[in-house]
Design a protein around this ligand. Structure first.
Ligand code: RUB
Length: 304
């Protein structure tokens, strides 16, 4: 349980960043836990898994990929006719490996499809650090495309630097700007690409704070705004128009020791309405955001 608490702590305090990395860490943690479980029967094994699931869920509010991954793995244990704990542990481990393999394949497909949207001499604008959007840019480079990227620093925790360094290491020309310079630079770009933390059933996208403003800017200057994401970031808990919970982070990230009378707020994410999103680039191709629910239901029926 200590290792699980440590993973939850790292996800919560952003030592582990990004939706995908949080999900991978959570799946790895539950896999390791299962191998060490001392539960004597299926009921107590499931009780342990539920406790772990809650701990990890609570580490980050806005991470449906992590929630979907854990719910899938625990659901498979619940539905299994196996009773012996050692066999259930093997089942969980095998399913976790398979899940991670398929998640990787989904990200690769999406990145390959996205890379095809990049033409020679284009300028692409991105925000924050999405491992999926970065992979798409790297694949375009591997395909021999010559293009430039404009990247925001992404206040307050500056994940844009991770993106900029990864691109520069791979000889992609990168221009780094403060977030407030975005308006001038979006108009120089051919399109905007961002990742996603969550997609709601009506096709809205939750991503790093500042994303929705960029989408409105892109719309204003008639530039396509794309989101790249695995379909498993769909958040079915917002199915009946409930609002996505937006994680509030530590105000110290913005202004450490601010005068007490100042109310410093640090929302981690914002919601981009589907009407501003040109396409979601996912493992099944370029889709209209409004179709995300039907397509996800078709390929991942277990999510519903
Ligand atoms: C990261 C962020 C990323 C998404 C998608 O924010 O908003 O765009 O998580 O990333 P934070 P990926 O660093 O605060 O978690 O494509 O890697 O899943």
């Amino acid at each position: 349980m200590e290792a699980i608490k440590e993973t939850a702590r790292k996800i919560g305090n952003l030592e582990i960043k990004g939706a995908r990395n949080a999900a991978l860490a959570a799946v790895n943690a539950i896999q390791v836990f299962a191998q060490q479980s001392t539960a004597e029967d299926k009921t107590s094994f499931l009780a342990e898994l539920t406790q772990i699931q809650q701990l990890l869920f609570n580490s980050r509010e806005t991470e449906p990929l992590m929630r979907n991954a854990l719910s899938y793995l625990i659901g498979q244990i619940q539905q299994s006719s196996i009773q012996k704990v050692s066999e259930l542990c093997t089942l969980l481990s095998v399913n976790a490996d398979k899940f991670l393999y398929e998640l990787d394949a989904s990200r690769n497909y999406a990145a390959e499809i996205g890379a095809k949207c990049i033409q020679h001499e284009m300028t692409i604008f991105t925000h924050c650090h999405s491992s999926t959007a970065t992979l798409m840019l790297l694949k375009a480079k591997q395909d021999g495309k010559n293009f430039k990227v404009i990247c925001t620093e992404t206040r307050p925790t500056l994940q844009g630097r991770i993106t900029a360094c990864k691109l520069a290491e791979n000889d992609i020309a990168v221009t780094f700007i403060v977030d407030s310079a975005s308006r001038a630079y979006v108009s120089k770009a051919d399109f905007v690409i961002v990742g996603a933390d969550a997609i709601t059933p009506n096709g809205n996208v939750v991503n790093k704070i500042g994303t929705s403003g960029l989408a409105v800017l892109a719309h204003d200057v008639h530039k396509p705004f794309y989101v790249i994401s695995e379909l498993l970031k769909l958040d079915t808990t917002t199915h009946y128009n409930e609002f996505e919970n937006i994680e509030q982070r530590n105000p110290d990230d913005i202004w450490k020791d601010a005068p007490q009378k100042i109310n410093v707020q640090n929302p981690a994410f914002d919601v981009t309405p589907s009407r501003y999103i040109h396409n979601i680039i996912c493992e099944k191709g370029l889709i209209q955001p409004q179709n995300v629910l039907d397509i996800t239901r078709q390929f991942y029926p277990w999510l519903f």
